[in-house]
Design a protein around this ligand. Structure first.
Ligand code: G
Ligand code: G
Ligand code: NA
Ligand code: MN
Length: 254
């Protein structure tokens, strides 16, 4: 398959990049972290969404190569922001279903962090609920190992999968990230408000921090603050930014 071949060569051909989307504290609006999202600019087909090429990478056995490139790129960027701009930032990366059942991942991650002189707390990890549920037992062990090493972990797209509360309780995670499908129409949909309200309570009762993604409007932001959500992310705060635009965004941010 030629697209698989293209993906295999995409990193060395300079077609892959990372963009960074701010995550802020609901209480005071302070920047807490950036989420790193991968981009593939294909010379012929243009921009290919990550949902599509991540699936392709997983089925073609290219996932660990892609994740390795992503971790190195993000850590190098963190070190550069610190050395060149004096900014000590934290970044959260997304892990695929295959990454979270890879017992070698925690050691690989520790290695990349050490190479760039970064503390483990500088790199958060987001894993979707459905990725965890495709092999709950192995994921649980890998997440426990990661958290033992000081990484902060989040369950992404929460509410769209099928995790039981019993499973949730046993996971070494720090955050629940409520899926954007519940947030996008929060002002109009009272059932979404009920779901979001109960998810925030559930998270807090389990000792977890709760993040809302897909915050597009001031009204949604105000509602989430009122509901006690801890962190916010969305186009209403910032779109994902190229690395070169991050420093300017931070400088202009109130
Ligand atoms: O912003 P966006 O279209 O980039 O993200 C679409 C999906 O792709 C999200 O589910 C996101 O978690 C996933 N994604 C983005 N970047 C990466 C990455 O570097 N690795 C993995 N595994 N998933 C990613
Ligand atoms: O699955 P994950 O949560 O990692 O994916 C994040 C995806 O959501 C990315 O594609 C990102 O570009 C997108 N995204 C981030 N903020 C918003 C938002 O406010 N509205 C919408 N519609 N999408 C968003
Ligand atoms: Na994510
Ligand atoms: Mn999500």
């Amino acid at each position: 398959m030629t697209l698989v071949r293209d993906l295999q060569l995409a990193a060395e051909r300079g077609q892959l990049s990372m963009v960074y989307q701010p995550k802020i504290a609901a209480a005071d609006g302070a920047l807490v972290e950036l989420e790193a999202l991968m981009r593939w600019q294909h010379p012929e087909f243009g921009f290919i969404p990550p949902d599509e090429f991540i699936t392709l990478a997983e089925s073609a056995g290219l996932m660990s190569q892609l994740t390795g490139w992503m971790l190195t790129t993000v850590c190098r960027q963190l070190a550069a922001w610190e050395a060149e701009e004096g900014l000590c930032l934290a970044v959260a990366v997304n892990l695929s279903a295959q990454d979270v059942i890879d017992p070698a991942l925690p050691q690989q991650l520790a290695q990349v962090l050490a190479t760039h002189g970064l503390e483990p707390a500088r790199l958060g990890l987001e894993v979707t609920e459905s990725a965890i549920m495709s092999d709950p037992e192995t994921s649980r062990r890998v997440l426990a190992d990661l958290s033992q090493r000081g990484a902060s972990t989040a369950i992404d797209d929460f509410g769209t999968g099928y995790s039981s509360l019993a499973q949730l309780k046993r996971l070494a995670v720090r955050q629940l990230k409520i899926d954007k499908s519940f947030i996008l129409k929060l002002e109009q949909q009272s059932d979404d408000r009920i779901i979001v309200h109960s998810t925030i309570e559930l998270g807090h009762n389990l000792g977890l921090e709760v993040v809302a993604e897909g915050v597009e409007t001031e009204a949604a932001r105000a509602l989430l603050v009122e509901l006690g959500c801890d962190y916010l992310q969305g186009y209403g705060i910032s779109r994902p930014l190229p690395a070169a635009a991050v420093v300017g965004w931070i400088a202009a941010y109130p």
